[in-house]
Design a binder for this molecule. Sequence first.
Ligand code: GDD
Ligand code: MG
Length: 360
Amino acid sequence: MTEAILLVGGKGTRLRPLTVNTPKPMVPAAGVPFLTHQLARARAAGVEHIVLATSYLAEVFEPYFGDGSSLGLRLEYVTENEPLGTGGAIRNVADRLESGPGDPVLIFNGDILTGLDIAGLVATHRSAGADVSLHLTRVEDPRAFGLVPTDADGRVTAFLEKPESPENIVTDQINAGAYVFNRSVIDSIPSDRPVSVERETFPGLLADGAHLQGMVDSTYWLDLGTPQAFVRGSADLVQGRAPSPVVTGRCGDQLVLDGAYVADDAKLTGGTAVSAGAVIGSGAIVDGSTVLQGAVIESGAVISHSLIGAGAVIGARTVLDGAVIGDGARIGADNELRHGARVWCDAVIPDGAVRFSSDQ
Ligand code: GDD
Ligand code: MG
């Protein structure tokens, strides 16, 4: 049996709701709360027991996922009184673990969508005889991540979290947010204060000569910490580019959930997902976007790569590209919002009030 800790929450986390009221792990991605994909992938890899380490809006998880039995899991929830950081959150759930001191425990950042071979990571960990093993991926710009150079055998030589000086940009291999820890390493994390696994635990283990093993796996990987990434991840799930056991068999260009209404001549493309109760009006075009529950897209609106919050209304002929519209916001007709524009929950923009095109 392998068990896992899932980190969801934290003060500094970019999972905070930015313009939608629901915390990001619970926002539907391809029709189900995002966390479902991670839980289902872990279960498919043989994990049976998962402890959710939460610190933020924790009360929304348990009513939805309950004891986990609908996913074939045993789920437990531990809420921090104050955010303890990634390492502190891991240490804080140690007494819920069932593994013995030498047993491997999986740990996942809660905002990652990936096709990682989870069982392969555990196998690598065992065969390397490591204390901790990390999934690594390669990205074009590693600066927003933890940089993890390795030697010829894949052994980690340094851990540099979000390095600021150019001389520390030593590799394009980054920490992909999935680890195997020996149980005894978890127990060695201080229990009485916040701890960052990235800034304190990993560098400390390396300084003490511990064996940290990296496994570079170039499968699908995305940090969904920003709304734009979230929208892309949802579209990739719908289109089958991102693997998830709960999307199997219904991959396509669009996902329209029961109880949504889409006009016959509306066009949904690029992995657009439309939640229950949403309405897509006549002639509207919605590409690569997520339309949440009860939102209304009026006729002729043209929407791409955008997140439309629950109950929001997008007026006729309005153009949205890369926009994030908060729950309950009302965008009047004939507006144009582009390039990461964010409209706060319940805000109102009148008809014909905003455009982004030049006067030429
Ligand atoms: N319970 C709990 N308590 N969880 C926390 C806390 C906390 O105090 N702080 C952060 N987390 C959770 C977040 O919810 C998220 O799932 C995960 O830990 C990572 O935190 P982020 O805030 O998303 O960090 P990041 O994306 O900037 O960087 C992390 O992920 C990168 C990969 O996406 C680091 O692990 C980097 O090294 C890594 O490259
Ligand atoms: Mg993140």
